[in-house]
Design a protein around this ligand. Sequence first.
Ligand code: NAD
Length: 430
Amino acid sequence: MKLAIIGSGYVGLTTGTCFAEVGHEVICVDNDAKKVESLRAGKIPIYEPGLEDLIKKNVANGRLRFTSSIKEGVDNALVVFIAVPTPPQPDGSVDLSFVERVAREIAGVMTGYRVVVDKSTVPVKTGEKVRQTISRYHAGGVEFDVVSNPEFLREGSAVADLMKPDRVVVGTESDRASEIMRELYAPFGAPILVTDLNSAELIKHAANSFLALKISYINALSQICEVSGANVEMVAQGMGADHRIGRAFLNAGIGYGGSCFPKDLSAFIRISEDLGYDFALLKEVSRINRQQRDRFVRQIRDALWVFREKRVGLLGLAFKGNTDDVRNSVAMEIAEIFLNEGAHVRAYDPQGAEKAKAIEPRLEIVGSAEEVADKADVIVVATEWTEFRDLDWAAMRKQALSPLVFDGRNLLDPEKIRALGFHYHSIGRS
Ligand code: NAD
């Protein structure tokens, strides 16, 4: 089947590549001409395990190509995906101007029946607006359907998630579009849930908010564990073994960040408000998340007494492991707090350093994890890169000025790290 994906970022590029991998013919469109140029030159603008090889393979076999022309994409596709940003506005609501613009642009170039699929995360009822916009701006008479097909991939394992999704949600009232979507997704062998348009849009916000809720729940528990002398990991294990609860997303830490959870949660709170419901539960989830980060920083500040003139060795800048994405990363937020209070931050991240430096030039970026320990007053683990577990912590102990380690991701083994002489603090493992 012939597809166009408008927006070639984390979602558009990985989705387009995986569709090509299962045999579809895909054109990825982006209005960032530089990005298109570098993709054509074989340079991949994001780090996602396995993605580069798949892109190269499918470009070589002719099933994947890149353009900055939306006309070229829409002309050569039966299904047109919208995968552009839906960033938050200051009041928490979603900026839908990217989606609206693409809808107008599709309307302007559409010459025959198309299925227009919204993959961006959008508020309920956006599909209706997309439909109205295309109808209004289209010169005449061509049929089209609008489908909501929310994306559930996780950065860091996007390729695996896309190739083997738990489920595919297709929201549409059209049998014709629903058949096309079933055919499109058939090669993935995943269960396909067909719903109405509004339900599909709601599923995405409901799912992300629920995952954020699980994280805040275990983080709230971590505070109780700390004061009661319990171990949050054992509590999570005991809870998670119950299949009604599940172990995933019950890892205590310094909270969720990234380009999705914080924005999707604020959006859902705002959407609910607009619909007349005060989603106080989600407001609390968000409050606990901020509190968890602030509490961690306070504990480090207490240990150091003052941040001014201190050297913080920071392990991790990406919002989670296996990605280079530093957007709304908690690691970046705490780095900024340290810097604003006069500390020097020497940081290492296996993939996210370049993007982090572009956002926060005050960071000193080093080329290896061990180097952050050099004359450090404290070493802080802020991102769960598993490789941080296997560092030469004995050598790092010798290099560090003071023996403090604050592990915001419960990545290290407390016994092993303490045996090396470190004063080790983690989350909820008193
Ligand atoms: P991104 O910023 O990485 O990529 C968006 C791309 O769209 C950029 O390359 C940008 O240049 C391009 N673009 C913007 N306007 C355009 C236009 N008019 N025409 C063509 N291209 C245009 O964003 P992302 O992380 O891929 O997210 C896209 C959407 O998917 C958002 O709604 C997001 O909430 C949702 N989502 C993201 C994830 C994730 O993990 N990143 C997961 C699920 C859903």
